[in-house]
Design a protein around this ligand. Structure first.
Ligand code: AMP
Ligand code: GLY
Length: 442
């Protein structure tokens, strides 16, 4: 089978790795991919966010199946465009992806179907939003409605901050069209956990939960990022809680979307706050998490392609998914300055050495392959082997991932591998999984 992966981050490297392990995939392609994915797949130049380009590439390479990683192509309707072209794709349609593409839609859906979430109101103009804020007071969370690359949720400790956030979204249009509407919601306290399922629109197959580290610095300080690390399992998420979430959140949402004529097929991701009153949905995503996929897929003992095929055939009810008992930990190595501005093109050393350690996987995110600069005679300049080199090309550069018999062993292996890798300005959290290792066990 010829399979095309859409995307080029750490999650897509993990997807490529999981697909490539099974017997069913003969040729793997990725658009745009990255150098890590390039070791497993043929990387194709193109705009992953453009449904038309993805369809053209899928046709040209005669692929049998497309697996979509990021939210932007899904919300833009890449799965619909592929379906029109007769090409099978794993991921929700545009209508179903609205669960991530519009926070107002997601909140209204939850309200209509009794899915537990923070109290909220939606506004299109500033005056009523400001009046509402003065009535409910702070702390409060102000969210741009649309996709904002993970930056659209502003946690406001006081009223002044909340008023400024409304101004920023609705008036200054800091998030562009994503800020046509604003969701103002109750501030919740508790541990955050990422719950996932694969669904064919009817059957829900839960995946192991994970926790990620959103803040850039140790001790959960500094600005939010796309995720500085993750681990699975999550000790704060015992089986009874997982069963309640499967029933009240995941299955209920899948039924709600189907009932409203937006059947969801693919990976549904609920970002949860575990409050004293029970789990509450902070947000839904319409795809696997990044870096959560990097710690969930290595724990899968069954063939990932089988799960994808069963989803597309509507046969998930017949599938028995097996998981390895091992824990998995991913430490993200980021560029100095991330999530603010950072330099790129910096040489990275030690990736191969780290990858050779037992039970270690180094997933590439923001990396690029730099061809050697040719001298005037056509040869590589002095000292260069001519083979090119791996350089940084993004904020999150690598996801150093390790399996182990328990979280503590996996943490040890992951950091041992991190110790082999370096680049100028490299920054990473030294406390990945600290809560799980120190916190009270349920
Ligand atoms: P979101 O993009 O909606 O997942 O929000 C990003 C981050 O903001 C979450 O991971 C939380 O840390 C925080 N957050 C979002 N909503 C709330 C809320 N209602 N209460 C407290 N924190 C929140
Ligand atoms: N790790 C957060 C996300 O994938 O949205």
């Amino acid at each position: 089978m010829r399979v095309l992966i859409v995307g080029g981050g750490g999650r897509e490297h993990a997807l490529a790795w999981a697909l490539g392990r099974g017997p069913g995939v003969r040729t793997l392609f990725a658009v745009p991919g990255n150098p890590g994915i390039g070791a497993l797949a043929r990387c194709l130049a193109g705009d992953a966010g453009s449904p038309a380009e993805v369809v053209a590439l899928a046709r040209k390479e005669r692929v049998d199946l497309v697996v979509v990683g990021p939210e932007a192509p899904l919300v833009a309707g890449v799965v619909d465009a592929l379906a029109e072209a007769g090409i099978r794709a794993f991921g929700p349609t545009r209508a179903a992806a609205a669960i991530e593409g519009s926070k107002a839609f997601a909140k209204d859906l939850m309200a209509r179907h009794g899915i537990p979430t923070a109290r909220f109101e939606v506004f299109e103009t500033p005056e009523p939003a400001l009046r509402y804020l003065r009535r409910v007071g702070a702390p409060v969370v102000v969210k741009a409605d649309g996709l904002a690359a993970g930056k659209g949720a502003i946690v406001c400790p006081d009223l002044a901050a909340a008023e400024a956030a409304v101004q920023q979204v609705l008036v200054e249009r800091a998030f562009g069209a994503a800020g046509d509407r604003v969701v103002i919601e109750e501030f919740l306290e508790g541990q955050e956990v990422s719950a996932f399922c694969v669904t064919d629109g009817e059957t829900v197959v839960p995946l192991p939960a994970a926790q990620d580290h959103k803040r850039v610095f140790d001790g959960d300080r500094g600005p939010n990022t796309g995720g500085m690390g993750a681990y699975s399992p999550a000790p704060c998420y015992p089986p009874e809680l997982a069963a309640a979430v499967e029933d009240q959140v995941l299955a209920r949402t899948v039924r709600a979307l189907a009932a409203e004529g937006r059947p969801f097929r693919g990976v549904l991701y609920a970002g949860l706050m575990l409050t004293r009153e029970g789990p509450r949905v902070l947000e839904f995503n319409c795809r696997p998490g990044d870096p959560e996929a990097q710690v969930i897929l290595p724990r899968l003992a069954s063939d990932f392609l089988e799960l994808v095929e069963a989803t597309l055939a509507g046969r998930l009810a017949e599938v028995a998914v097996r998981w390895r008992p091992d824990a998995c930990v991913c430490v993200v190595l980021a560029s100095g300055g991330y999530p603010g501005s950072y330099r790129t093109g910096l040489p990275i050393s030690g990736v191969e050495e780290a990858s050779r350690l037992p039970d270690v996987l180094v997933f590439h995110a923001g990396t690029a392959w730099q061809e050697p600069v040719r001298g005037p005679a056509g040869g590589a300049p002095g000292g260069n082997t001519g083979a090119g080199r791996l350089v940084t090309a993004g904020g999150r550069v690598l996801g150093v991932t390790a399996l182990g018999p328990d979280l503590s062993a996996a943490v040890g292996r992951a950091y041992a591998a991190v110790g082999r890798i370096s680049f100028d300005g490299m920054h990473y959290r030294r406390d990945v999984a600290h809560r799980a290792l120190q916190g009270p066990r349920p």
